[in-house]
Write a protein of this length. Structure first.
Length: 208
């Protein structure tokens, strides 16, 4: 296998970055490996559930980015890694891990992956998914109510107290590091088509 080509896909909460990554992963199947930054939320076994639920999960310090960097370096070196798993239902890291194998293309996804210089330095291509703030809030409300069984009051409270200010302080400024900006997330079929073509050329070993 040739060297690993690392792509970072960042953007605000509910911007559509996960949708884009899933479309790409489904298209290429086993040729691409995916790692989400959310898997690397720090463990808080020392805290009761009530305290863990109040933590700011949108700040860079909430992630064990150092471990993610080590895992990406290991995968680039051809080594299998055990990726952590985060359990949203308990606001803590799960006991099990997931085995991740080196692949030709590795996609990293998360709101703050371009904020980290250590992660940026490992990327060959940096993408920022840029979606209107009102649209992102509506998507987040729908997602959290359906997938995480949360009340609209708790969603809006968290958005006001941590999500919005952290986006403005850390996520939005990281857009300047992107090589490509994709507006409107998964709805941007043209951008996704171009990205598919680009990655296909990489997998086929063609010059890009």
């Amino acid at each position: 296998m040739e060297g690993t080509y690392v792509i970072g896909v960042a953007g605000g909460t509910a911007s559509g970055k996960t949708t884009i990554v899933k479309i790409i992963k489904e298209y290429f199947g086993e040729d691409i490996e995916l790692i989400g930054h959310d898997c690397y939320y720090k463990a808080h076994d020392d805290m009761p559930y009530e305290e863990r639920a109040k933590l700011n999960y949108d700040h860079p310090n909430s992630f064990d980015t150092e471990r993610m960097v080590k895992d990406v370096l290991a995968l680039k070196a051809g080594t299998v890694v055990e990726r952590p798993v985060y359990d949203y239902s308990i606001h803590n890291r799960a006991k099990e891990t997931v085995t991740v194998y080196p692949k030709r293309i590795l996609m990293l996804e998360g709101i703050l992956i371009l904020e980290s210089k250590e992660l940026r330095d490992l990327m060959d291509l940096k993408i920022f998914v840029d979606t209107d703030a009102d649209e992102r809030l509506m998507r987040r409300i729908t997602r959290d109510m359906v997938e995480r069984a949360r009340s609209i009051e708790s969603i809006l409270s968290q958005y006001r107290d941590t999500v919005k200010p952290m986006h403005e302080q850390f996520v939005e400024p990281s857009k300047k590091y992107a090589d490509i900006i994709i507006p409107e997330g998964g709805r941007n079929v043209v951008a996704i088509s171009i990205l598919k073509h680009y990655l296909k050329m990489i997998l086929e070993g063609k010059e890009v």
